[in-house]
Design a protein around this ligand. Structure first.
Ligand SMILES: [Zn+2]
Ligand SMILES: [Zn+2]
Length: 210
């Protein structure tokens, strides 16, 4: 086997390329038109939007489910290089406690802070669009920014409470319900062997007596 990887293993569409980012759909709820903000540094506008998620964000154990609303409170500020977006995104999260497997329902709020660079600025010329977001045709798309921020903020092992005692490894019952004195009789293995031997002999003598 030769160690060379055929160039065909990488479809051309997946090759990294410094292209102009796609124009956001101006009717999408995540997209904000910044043209009325103006390009005078310091001008500022606030927006509130409740956006239903078309696809869930998260992992199997915890997620913001598809169809749930993300509540956006953002401030758009014109700066020299572009538009600075700051604010919060909040949403309901559902999942499962990593210890006791109980259903979890919680609310998550994440901070947003993202610069969208104007075309032909120093930032635009010196960075890739996947490093720094871009203002395209006066539009900013908050969806990738919010999705990344939410994904980062979700816990890897969510808990119903910091002190969740989890499950009993012997019977799988919930320790919180079983109580602190819940225990399983553990028989000494030598005694267990003796007991089986006794039972066996008892059965044999019963058969003899029949
Ligand atoms: Zn738990
Ligand atoms: Zn148990």
């Amino acid at each position: 086997m030769s160690g060379r990887i055929s160039a065909r293993a990488y479809p051309e569409t997946l090759m990294p390329r410094n292209t102009t980012p796609a124009r956001p759909d101006p009717t999408a709820p995540w997209v904000i038109d910044t043209r009325d903000l103006g390009r005078r540094p310091g001008s500022m506008r606030r927006y509130h939007r409740d956006v239903p998620l078309s696809a869930g964000i998260g992992l199997d154990v915890i997620e913001v489910a598809a169809g749930d609303e993300v509540s956006l409170e953002v401030r758009l500020e014109s700066v020299m290089e572009g538009v600075l977006v700051s604010g919060t995104a909040s949403a309901a999260v559902t999942g499962q406690c990593a210890r006791c497997l109980d259903q979890l329902v919680d609310r998550l709020e994440v901070e947003l802070l993202e610069l969208f660079a104007y075309p032909d600025t120093a930032t635009d010329n010196s960075t890739d669009p996947d490093e720094v977001s871009r203002v395209v045709d006066g539009l900013v798309d908050l969806e990738p920014v919010v999705r990344d921020a939410v994904l980062l903020a979700l816990p890897q092992a969510p808990l119903c409470g910091e002190d969740c005692p989890g499950l009993c490894p012997e019977c799988g019952g919930k320790r919180a319900e079983l109580g602190t004195d819940h225990r399983h009789e553990k028989m000494d293995p030598r005694w267990a062997a003796l007991k089986t031997g006794l039972k066996q002999r008892l059965r044999e003598s019963e058969q003899e007596n029949e």
